[in-house]
Design a protein around this ligand. Structure first.
Ligand code: ATP
Ligand code: MG
Length: 558
């Protein structure tokens, strides 16, 4: 992608609005926020929102807050608060001193609820949740006023204070705004501002027995923090009139505006915290950072660089209509990023032993291999060659079809960075399976070039038995085989082949020395990283993404 198309793709309706507001003086500097609820780990969809909020602030010289929307203590945990901060930092963003919590504002929100009561715009309702729901009406029918709607201000103040003091059980009463039970927008039909919840809160402990609703907390938190552009996903569009109603009816210190954009959906993926939580709790995956998970923690563990995520988000852009992005676009961004960064290594995932009959027993030699074909600054390394090698099982066929150019009896191929070898014989076990190849090499082809310009049609990767290191390699496929999984019935759609564990792989020794966090390319296979479960005695690699067959084009190998 050229710089020009990047900057073109970098403009969208949100950035246009911000640019116009700054130009007209409507706001002096832009202030955004990313407002996660700490009830799970962040996922790919959140990355879009993070890149948008932090990106806009960065590009227009403003700031972005990280604010935890911690208004529902029954689902929220410190573990999630910590993980979210880690993941936002990992993505490459920094909120500076602006780490905030809705719970920081509980006292102010309470005072504003009293303010609405005093203004005759809020009341305590004794109806149960079910009764409230039943009286709310439908899209075509208006709602019914509650019998408690016209309580006196004094009675409302008294009951609200006693709700706070913990005098009533969960669900006994709520505080509602008095807006309009006949409104065409159901969100305006006397929405709930506070509910009774005797629950321990990760930050306020047992100080509160009532908690504000999302709608009552969100806009006012924005106003307290002087957020100028409150960017959220489309499902909140119908909440905007309520967001504005609170700001119009409360003595708030600033006037934020809400803008909605389309959430990210990706094929073969479910981006719902409810589903992700159930995948973890139900043991369908090994944890929040299982490399098959679309969580930032999972992607990181799979070896996806933060840069690739940011690049992907930039390319999909920001729109006002929901759509689903092909996961291939994400893989493409990962591949493109890693292609530039990742040093090349050789690893044989399904080894087949090769004995070079005319190479002296007990002898080995070192050959030069470059670490990156297009980046000389990554240097070279020495790799060992000897009489016994491993090649990929798939690179040999006893009776090859027409288009198969790799090794077969009598056929000559090139070993990458090594020599030309010719297969003389395939040794089989009692079951008739090929267990070893007897080959010869041509000493005049060192480095992979024949003096007589003799051509071969395939180049194979390999490792020398003398110093190969055994490893386990985990290959990941889509967690959901179907492109549009159904969230309601996700468990039945989990791909039984989403994890393939290969043991007995043989990798070149440099891979034991590379830093665990470093991405590498296994030549002809894909991009991999060392898993955190690796120990000095047992190497474990994750496949980040396959290569596709770009190698075939380059090498002419079939
Ligand atoms: P879920 O609906 O799965 O429970 P959520 O949207 O409620 O997730 P929050 O923690 O409230 O999760 O989200 C924080 C922010 O991230 C919100 O502004 C939300 O709009 C945004 N966000 C969540 N999912 C996506 C997505 N798929 N694409 C873009 N933004 C998203
Ligand atoms: Mg939410």
């Amino acid at each position: 992608m050229t710089d020009e198309s990047v900057s073109e793709a970098g403009r969208d309706f949100i950035r246009d609005i911000v640019a116009a507001d700054l130009a007209s003086g409507k706001c002096k500097s832009v202030v955004t926020r990313f407002p996660p609820e700490p009830n799970g780990y962040l996922h790919l969809g959140h990355a879009k929102s993070i890149c948008l909020n932090f990106g806009v602030a960065e590009e227009f010289g403003g700031r972005c807050h990280l604010r935890f929307d911690d208004t529902n203590p029954t689902k929220e945990e410190q573990e999630y608060i910590d993980a979210i901060q880690r993941d936002v930092r990992w993505l490459g963003f920094d909120w500076g001193e602006h780490l905030h919590y809705a719970s920081d504002y509980f006292e102010q929100l309470y005072a504003w609820a009293q303010y609405l009561i005093r203004a005759g715009k809020a009341y305590v309702d004794d109806q149960s949740q079910d009764e409230i729901r039943a009286a709310r009406g439908t899209l075509t029918e208006p709602g019914q006023n509650s019998l408690f709607r016209d309580r006196s201000i004094d009675e409302n103040l008294d009951l609200f204070a006693r709700m706070r003091a913990g005098e009533f059980p969960n669900g006994a009463r709520v505080l509602r705004a008095k807006v309009d039970m006949a409104s065409g927008n159901i969100n305006l039909r006397d929405p709930v501002l506070y509910r009774i919840l005797h629950a321990h809160h990760p930050r306020t402990g047992t100080a509160w027995n009532i908690y504000p609703s999302y709608d009552f907390a969100h806009g006012q938190s924005d106003a307290i923090e002087h957020i100028t552009h409150s960017i959220c996903t489309l499902e909140f569009e119908d909440h905007r009139p309520l967001y504005d109603w609170f700001l119009d009816n409360l003595p708030v210190p600033s006037r934020p505006r809400q803008y909605e954009f389309a959430r990210l959906n990706v094929t073969h993926t479910l981006l719902s915290k409810r589903v992700l939580t159930e995948l973890v709790r139900g043991g369908h995956v090994s944890g929040w950072d299982d490399p098959r998970m679309p969580t930032l923690a999972g992607l990181q563990r799979r070896g996806v660089p933060a840069l690739a995520l940011r690049e992907f988000v930039k390319r999909i852009g920001v729109a006002k209509a929901n759509s689903t992005v092909d996961i291939g676009m994400f893989d493409f961004a990962i591949r493109e990023t890693l292609n530039k960064l990742a040093p090349r290594r050789m690893a044989v995932l399904r080894p087949l032993k090769v004995v070079i009959e005319n190479y002296p027993e007990g002898q080995t030699e070192e050959l030069d291999a470059h670490n990156h074909p297009d980046d000389a600054s990554q240097g070279t390394r020495r790799i060992r060659f000897g009489r016994e090698l491993y090649i990929e099982r798939d690179d040999f066929m006893e009776n090859p079809p027409k288009k198969f150019f790799r090794l077969s009896p009598g056929r000559e191929v090139r070993l990458r960075y090594g020599y030309f070898i010719t297969c003389r014989e395939a040794i089989k076990n009692a079951a008739g399976e090929v267990v070893e190849l007897r080959c010869t090499y041509d000493p005049a082809t060192k480095g992979g070039n024949a003096p007589d310009d003799r051509k071969v049609k395939a180049t194979l990767h390999w490792v020398a038995a003398a110093d190969a290191v055994p490893a386990e390699v985990r290959i990941y496929n889509h967690l959901f085989a179907t492109p549009q999984p159904d969230a309601a019935n996700f468990a039945a759609q989990i791909n039984p082949e989403s994890l393939e564990t290969l043991t007995g792989c043989m990798v070149e020794p440099a891979l034991a020395g590379d830093k665990a966090s470093d991405a590498v390319q296994f030549e002809r296979q894909g991009y991999f990283c060392r898993d955190r479960e690796s120990t000095p005695g047992k190497l474990v690699f994750n496949r980040t993404v396959g290569l596709r067959d770009s190698w075939a084009k380059v090498s002419g190998g079939g």
